[in-house]
Design a protein around this ligand. Structure first.
Ligand code: UN1
Length: 534
């Protein structure tokens, strides 16, 4: 099946966007949303229908019907579909990465990494189809067997964000399908072309009609889909996005007695103790803070530096920031980062420049939006007005009580926080609502240990960035960063299956657990008869 295209721009054609329902393209909706190249808004990638009640209804019933058959397909066979998907992704790695970069404007190297993350995930779960282990458990009664099975949940709704429009959906969709569920995917309104290109790979891999359905839309589409959770037509929601929206999704799922998977915001701390190797810490911090223009949920938000090395680090870090190049990544591969993905991110970013100053922090660098009139030495290329490009921003004199320290900005901005000791740095690192990622640079083994034990975060790096998690370790956070569910590796299996406990009694007569069991004899008898007098 091929999607229709129109002539586009030098970057590529325009897509006639369509939902994918029951294996067919459906170009119907209440209205259409447009997807522009984030690094050049004159380039339109396509127009995509916004799903209304009718398309949602169609997708839910397609997923429901498909589930009934798919769950009965043996797991190793489901794994072979995933294996075919991984081969298609490998073959198409470069063009898929180009679509990601064209749509959201992250550097091609990062987009290639995203597709690779999906390949890694597919390869991991292909073989999981030959495991999906349950347990055999000894019974307390003779001639009786106990065992456990993983069972699929049903129709899973995946709601994903624009910053990782390929890798993060793969973390959700691939294990959900492998474990026998069917999927409805509502990707970010800022990355529909990437989602459609990924969905086409699932089609080519031969997944039966309706096993994976794709619906485009905005927040309202998401809300309309959530009403099917209340009607028990959707059995699982997996969401990556803001903590505010995650809370609302959690409320709806809670009322339906479901556990959603919620991967939410972060304000990730990076500690530099007095033994930190600055040769490594400085370039790593640049990537950790400004890679993907700071639009990763794992981006570093606060760098907490021991006072003894503070001045040296500040100087070296500022120097490294000066060398950052920003630009349209398809034209300028030397750019460390491209544009902000959406206008609303630009607004939050520009706002924080004002209120950050008002609360007394010192802006060491970063003048805000880059335009033709306000050109920046960081910018490579002709016309920054074509996208939402902003300068890297560094704040000093930030304290944990400040809003700057506490709030996720989702842009290329970071705070320097001075600490008197390792212990103070660790307590600062925990002094915020989030708990997603964290990092420390130290050569002191005791600090490594105390950091690992004391940090409140789902993920921690030692002498490495807060970003860059590998695809087979559990990904997720604590506190306001999530609800404790995990993605990736074997841990995600618990998010898409329920345990089913089975017993088989082979005895000739009735025998009752707990009651007909001979537990043996204990020692001397105690007399409790005085304890209760009726
Ligand atoms: C995200 O920002 O939602 O660890 C995911 C990382 C990436 C994934 C980030 N592998 O930074």
């Amino acid at each position: 099946m091929k999607i229709e295209m129109k002539e586009g721009s030098v970057y590529g054609p325009q897509l006639m966007g369509a939902h994918l329902i029951r294996g067919k393209f459906v170009r119907e909706g209440s209205e259409f949303l447009q997807s522009f190249n984030s690094a050049n808004h004159e380039d339109l990638l396509g127009e995509f229908p916004v799903a209304g009640e009718s398309q949602i209804q169609q997708a839910v019933s397609a997923a429901q019907d498909a589930f009934e058959k798919w769950k009965k397909t043996p797991a190793p066979i489901r794994g072979s579909f995933i294996g075919r998907l991984s081969q298609i992704l490998e073959r198409e790695k470069e063009p898929l990465a180009r679509i990601i970069t064209r749509e959201i404007g992250k550097p091609l190297k990062e987009s290639l990494g995203e597709v690779q993350e999906a390949i890694d995930t597919a390869q991991f779960f292909q073989s999981e189809g030959r495991r999906l282990y349950g347990q055999t458990v000894p019974s307390e009664l003779p001639d009786k067997e106990l065992m456990t099975y993983r069972r699929p949940l049903g129709v899973c709704l995946m709601i994903t964000a624009s910053n990782f429009p390929f890798a993060v959906p793969s973390w959700k969709i691939i294990p959900a399908l492998l474990t026998g569920n069917s999927v409805i995917w509502k990707p970010s309104q800022d990355a529909p072309a990437t989602a459609l290109s990924f969905a086409l790979c699932f089609l080519e891999a031969g997944f039966p009609d309706g096993v994976i359905n794709l619906l485009f839309g905005d927040g309202k589409t998401g809300e309309a889909l959530m009403s099917f959770v209340e009607k028990s037509k959707i059995h699982k929601v997996s969401f990556t996005g803001s903590s505010a929206v995650g809370r609302k999704i959690g409320e709806v799922c809670g009322r339906a007695l479901q556990t959603p998977s919620l991967e939410l915001g972060g304000k990730n701390p990076l500690i530099l103790d007095e033994s930190a190797d600055l040769q490594k810490a400085v370039p790593t911090s640049i990537v950790s803070c400004f890679g993907t223009a700071g639009q990763r949920c794992t981006s570093t938000g606060n760098i907490i530096v021991h006072e003894k090395i503070y001045d040296r680090f500040e100087k070296a870090f500022l120097e490294a920031i000066r060398n950052i190049k920003i630009g349209n990544p398809l034209l300028h591969p030397e750019a460390l980062y491209g544009p902000l993905f959406a206008e609303r991110y630009l607004q939050t970013f520009l706002d924080h420049l004002n209120w950050g100053e008002k609360e007394g922090a010192k802006r060491l660098t970063g003048k805000g939006r880059i335009t033709k009139d306000e050109m920046s030495p960081h910018f490579v290329g002709e016309n920054p007005d074509q996208g939402w490009f902003v300068e890297p921003t560094l704040w000093a004199a930030v304290r944990p009580s400040m809003r700057l320290f506490q709030e996720e900005i989702f842009g290329p901005t970071v705070n320097l926080v001075k600490a008197k000791s390792f212990e103070e740095a660790l307590s600062f690192a925990n002094d915020h609502a989030y708990g997603l990622s964290s990092a420390i640079f130290t050569q002191n083994p005791l600090h490594m240990l105390r950091f690992k034990e004391g940090i409140e975060a789902g993920m921690s790096s030692i002498n490495n960035s807060t970003t860059g998690a590998e695809a087979h370790l559990p990904f997720g956070g604590t506190k306001a960063s999530g609800n404790g569910t995990r993605e990736s590796g074997i841990w995600v299996l618990d998010s898409y299956t329920r345990w089913h406990a089975v017993n088989v009694d082979l005895a000739s007569g009735l025998q009752l657990a707990q009651m007909d069991v001979d537990y043996g004899r204990a020692g001397e008898k105690q007399d409790f008869s005085d304890w209760v007098k009726v």
